[in-house]
Design a protein around this ligand. Structure first.
Ligand code: PMP
Length: 421
């Protein structure tokens, strides 16, 4: 049992099959949104008697809620190994966190980002001076590519590197510590997209020496709607508030010119205008605590065993090609994408659901340039419009290259039986 899954919601849901039978649902799309830990759900329910407005309320429940909100922030800071003085800003998602940072770039910041990133990490910088880095075919090549680009970029001015910790398509781990060292050697900052890393591996901001990290609660076994941006306070403190409104501001007064004099907060509140998502923050903190208490070493060992089992099982099926940027032996988390000769990926995904009760995802996984590189095709103007169903004419893409794949992704709540199925 010590090697078993953590209890999550949904594993006991029975789904009807095409043949009239039914099976427990196998949630193998955890990279999109992971099933919620039962413990997180219970913690959210336990918060109900404390439910109250935060920050500005004088009442007892307001004080309790405020304390829970701020304790949640501290719990997330511990989970992420934040340095003293680092800020933990609650956002809606990883997408929101990276857009917040993009909005806080000092003027003239140069941004370096690999074309292989998830769109959430690829797109927010496009109003800055961005250098898109070609897909590297090994972790060492990633480090060399960044080194070359930063050297060519020349000295002076702020610079930011944005990199993922684990790919949402191949599951491969990126050499974050090495990339951070290169960035810092050139005077650049680095932000880690930990959306796929945090659910699978411990993330330690101080030890990795990244300046910021972002993740999403709904991929970390908490419900939807809450994300985190954690790290260095200076750029955040110097930037205009991400959202303007109550909570972000210390004082507002009419001035003699007829306008407004506004003094913004300098802490996390600066970027958290409006009434915050206390339940979401509480849920994320609960998930952080649950993962820490379950033991990262045990979770990683179990995941590595199941990943190997999944990959070996798929390799034994004729016609299956697993996708990989860094090669078959590269270390990876429990995210595996593949194509099958002669079968369209969306038909395959539908069949896995209808015949086996397995929920996977097919498409381009909001990482179009990466999937194009992996499949060797041209995804421009074709395929999924991020989340859209397969086009009606999907089979028989130009040049015979199918521009979609199937992704199987699992997590701490996945029973071994789901992998075997
Ligand atoms: N980065 C990566 C690597 C992801 O996998 C995802 C979600 N698939 C995101 C960012 C965006 O996360 P969210 O949709 O929660 O904003």
């Amino acid at each position: 049992a010590c090697d078993g899954p953590l209890p999550v919601l949904g594993n006991d849901v029975l789904v009807p099959l095409a043949d009239g039978g039914e099976v427990p649902y196998a949630a193998l799309d955890c990279a999109a949104s992971a099933p919620v830990l039962r413990r997180v759900w219970d913690d959210v329910a336990a918060y109900a008697p404390c439910y109250g407005s935060v920050h500005r309320g004088a009442g007892h429940l307001s004080q309790l809620s405020t304390r829970i909100y701020e304790e949640s922030r501290a719990e997330v800071a511990r989970f992420l190994g934040c340095r003293p003085g680092d800020q933990v800003v609650f956002t809606r998602s990883t997408t929101d966190s990276l857009n917040l940072l993009a909005a806080a770039l000092p003027p003239g910041t140069r941004v370096y980002v690999f074309e292989t990133e998830h769109h959430a990490a690829l797109l927010p910088w496009r109003n800055a001076d961005v250098t898109y880095l070609d897909a590297p075919r090994s972790p060492a090549a990633a480090v060399a590519t960044l080194e070359r680009a930063l050297s060519a970029g020349g000295p002076g001015g702020p610079a930011l590197v944005c990199v993922t910790g684990a790919s949402n398509v191949t599951g491969e781990l990126w050499p974050v510590r090495e990339l951070a060292a290169v960035a810092h050697a050139h005077g650049a900052r680095i932000v880690l997209d930990a959306a796929q890393l945090a659910p699978h591996r411990p993330v330690d901001i101080a030890e990795l020496d990244v300046d910021w990290a972002a993740f999403s609660g709904h991929k970390l076994y908490a419900p939807f709607g809450t994300g985190v941006l954690a790290g260095r306070p200076d750029w955040l403190r110097d930037a205009e508030p991400y959202l303007a409104g109550g909570g972000a501001v210390r004082t507002v007064a009419r001035n003699t010119g007829g306008g407004l004099d506004v003094r913004w907060h300098t802490g996390e509140a600066r970027h958290e205008a409006g009434s915050p998502n206390v339940i979401g923050a509480h849920a994320v903190a609960s998930a952080c605590r649950a993962l820490t208490e379950a033991g990262p070493d045990r979770l990683v060992a179990r995941e590595e065993r199941l990943t190997a089992r999944l990959r070996e099982g798929l390799a034994a099926v004729r016609g299956v090609r697993q996708l990989s940027l860094f090669g078959d032996d590269a270390p990876r988390v429990g995210v595996v994408s593949f194509v099958v000769d002669g079968l369209h990926s969306s038909e395959l995904a539908e069949a896995l659901s209808a015949e086996y009760g397995i929920g996977v995802r097919d498409g381009l996984f909001c990482a179009h340039p990466l999937v194009r590189t992996l499949l060797g095709g041209d995804t421009a103007g074709r395929g999924e419009e991020c989340g859209a169903p397969a086009p009606a004419d999907a089979p028989g893409a130009p040049g015979g290259v199918e521009l979609r794949a199937v992704r199987v992704s699992f997590g701490a709540g996945t029973p071994e039986e789901h992998i075997d199925r």
